[in-house]
Structure formats: C-alpha cells, structure tokens
Design a protein around this ligand. Structure first.
Ligand code: AMP
Ligand code: MG
Length: 400
C-alpha cells in the first residue's frame, strides 16, 4: 500500500457504513414497477395455477380405460377459460392448453398421438398417469412468498406479481441524486467551443449512470470555479437531494473549490485512493445529503462512479447486496508493469472468449470506456501475463 493512500475497500467500507437508506414507501402500479426496489415481501393470495389444467392440446382420459381398449367416446370439449364436467368412465374429453382437467381424468394425450373419428378418438400411444397435467399450485402456493423485500424488480418479477393478481406494489421512493459539474472550461455540446474549452462530457456519462441506477435526477449543470457559486449550488442541492455527486475540483489546484465549499456548508473527508484511474475522491455531508466528489477526468469519474457511487446509491435505494459479481476471464494481453495502485483496466471480449486490452489506459481517454465491455479489477503491483485469469467486471454486472 502506498503511503498516505486509502485502499478502495477501506474507502468503500466508510462510505457504505454511512448510508441512510430511503425509508419512504410509495405504492406504484405493478405495470410501472420495473427497476424499483420492493419495500415489503409479497405473498400470494392464491394457488397458481388455481386448478389442474392441461399442458397440451389433446384429450383428457382415464389411464385405466386405455388398458381395455384404445377407442373412447369424446363426451365433452373443454376450452381454456371454460368449466369442465366430471369425466365418465370409458369416455375422453377434447381439451386445449390451459383448460381445466375434468374430475376423474388422470392424463392428457397430446393430439399428435390421437386419431379422431366422428365422436370417437383412437389413442395411438397409451399415456402415463399425470401426463401433460399441470397441477394446481405447482408454480405458486397460496400464502407463499413470491418476492422478497429489498429486491430490485425485474420485468419477470412484475409478471409474477401480476400472475397472482397483485395490481400495485410498495416500493421505496427513488433516490434523489443531485449532480453538478465544476470547471470554467466546460461547454455544452451545441455551443461553440472557444479555444481552451472542452465539452462537458461528464454530464452525459454521470447522468446516464444515475438513470441506469433508477435515480430521480436533479441536474444543476455547470458550476463556475468560484467558492460562492459552489457553496450556493451545494446548499440548494442539499435541500433537494439524498446524494450529491460532483465532477472535478477535488484536486488541490487553485481552481478547486469543492473542498472549501463543502467544508463551509457541511463536513468533508478528502481521500487519496490507491486506485487508478481516480486518485482523488471527496466524501462528506451537506445538511441531510451525502456528498461524493469525483475527479474531473472523464475516465476517472466514470470508474469512481461505478466503484463508489453505484454501491452507495443502491444501498441508499434499499438494496443489500451491492457487490458486483465478477467473472474470472482469460487475459489475452500482457500488462507487464502494473501500478502500485489497484487498477481498473478497460477491456473487451474477443472472438476467442478472452479479453483484449484497450491500448491506451490514460484516464483522459474516454474512448476506452466506450470501446470496452467492462473493467478488469487488477490488484496493485500485479503483472498480467497472456493467459492469466483476471477478475473481470462486465458492464452488464455493474449496471445494477
Ligand atoms: P479537475 O478534477 O477539475 O482538475 O479536472 C481534471 C480534468 O478533467 C481536466 O482536464 C478537466 O478539464 C477535465 N474535466 C473536468 N470536468 C469535466 C467534465 N465535466 N467533462 C469533461 N472533462 C472534464
Ligand atoms: Mg477543474
């Protein structure tokens, strides 16, 4: 460990131990609950399916009848959604997928294994008891938990809730994420770029990340490099947000006003983190809002958002498991002179199922992040040789 540098894990621990999760719950239509975090476990008030039903188009029969002969009279026809009468011995019922199994029937023969002849059916292949019957409650039992509290609702979760008739779901209100971007050099796309100016790309990257993680965004735009302007927007953001995230102004240059502004309005810890990209990071509190100040370099702010802001926001949103799942993957590259800091390398899957490295790992080269499929989390001072297994964090695992 470098002297004076904090490890990623130490910084994360401090960050996460100070999370104050959102407690307000709102009831939203199940139709609009995808990507919200469930506040209370959901139980089923019914069996699914509610009755034994057919898994096939075919004929419902009594298996014992077919020991006597293959020809049965078709005594009724049962469509999905219809009611059935008991099946009399020696008869069959024409039945369709999802239709209720008539009392007395103990198997369904699929229509491909039957020949129909007038009001009779000739069963070609004797069924086994229970064949092609979906049993009542085989999917969900009445009273059983279908969704745990604290789960991020995926499309299939809302479908499951709907399948037991749940029309609205209690979810935590969205985390209010405030963003602002420091730097007199920043210009928005669409405006002319005077000499020495750069486009405010972080606004797009960080807003997009905030959207990915389901936040309600409060975007305060570009803030000039001045103490008063920075203090003013901090005060406003603190009254409107749960978490404030900023880019730039956390180094110790002349134009870095984030530190004094947060110190004047609240409390601040300045960290130098043993990671690359992204050494400087500020963490504190302004009023009721948590504050995380990211470095201005575009790759650094992207990576530090994923490493620190992501778990912080997700915990604030009520999720417990926020550690990203990694994959051990084969490096098809050499990284012979690693840094003394933990490195997050931009890499991409290749056609051989291994990982290629973006040739420039400079923290100002945003192209690397767009080219990549994810990040290799490489321990400090650890060289990578072609063929080594490395810890890969695909974007798909990091985006929630
Ligand atoms: P800073 O952390 O403010 O010293 O900024 C470090 C570097 O990142 C400088 O080269 C800045 O011009 C650049 N930078 C800062 N903010 C942004 C931004 N919002 N979008 C793109 N680049 C930025
Ligand atoms: Mg700056």
């Amino acid at each position: 460990m470098n002297k004076g540098l904090l490890s990623v894990d130490e910084a994360l621990q401090t960050l996460l131990s100070s999370v104050q999760p959102v407690t307000e719950v709102e009831e939203v239509p199940t139709l609009r609950a995808t990507n919200r975090v469930l506040a209370r476990a959901q139980r089923s008030t019914m069996d699914v399916p509610p009755m034994d039903n057919s898994a096939m188009d075919g004929y419902a029969v009594r298996v014992a009848d077919l020991a006597k002969g293959r020809r049965l009279k078709v005594a009724q026809k049962i469509m999905a959604g219809a009611e059935s009468k008991p099946l009399e011995a020696g008869t069959a019922a024409r039945i369709f997928t999802g239709a209720p199994i008539p009392a007395g029937a103990d198997a369904v023969v699929m229509q491909e294994h039957c020949d129909s002849a007038g009001d009779e059916v000739l069963v070609q292949k004797a069924p086994q008891a229970g064949q092609w019957i979906r049993r009542a409650a085989s999917d969900v039992k009445k009273g059983g938990e279908i969704l745990p509290a604290g789960k991020r609702l995926l499309p299939q979760d809302t479908g499951l809730a709907a399948s037991v008739g749940i029309a609205t779901l209690p979810v935590y209100r969205k985390v209010r994420l405030g963003l602002f971007f420091t730097g007199d050099e920043l210009v928005m796309p669409g405006e002319p770029l005077a000499p020495g100016r750069i486009y405010n790309s972080n606004r797009f990257t960080l807003r997009g990340l905030g959207e990915v993680f389901g936040c309600e965004l409060k975007d305060y735009g570009i803030v000039p490099d001045s103490l008063d302007a920075t203090r003013e927007v901090l005060r406003r953001a603190a009254s409107e947000c749960d978490v404030i995230v900023t880019s730039g102004g956390v180094s110790v240059g002349d134009a870095d006003f984030v530190k004094p502004a947060v110190e004047a309005e609240g409390e601040l810890l300045m960290w130098r983190i043993a990671m690359k990209p992204g050494r400087p990071l500020a963490f504190g509190r302004v009023g009721m809002a948590a504050f995380i100040g990211l470095p201005g370099n575009p790759v650094s702010s992207f990576v530090t958002f994923l490493v620190f802001v992501r778990p912080f926001v997700l915990r604030t949103q009520g999720l417990s498991a926020v550690e990203p799942r990694s994959i051990l993957a084969r490096a098809d590259f050499d990284w012979p002179e690693p840094d003394a800091r933990r490195e997050y390398l931009r890499v991409k899957w290749n056609a051989q199922g291994g990982l290629d490295l973006y040739p420039t790992q400079d923290s100002a080269v945003l192209t690397s992040t767009a080219w990549a499929d994810g990040l290799v989390d490489n321990p400090a001072k650890q060289a990578v040789r072609k063929g080594d297994l490395v810890r890969f964090l695909p974007y798909s695992e990091l985006y929630w």
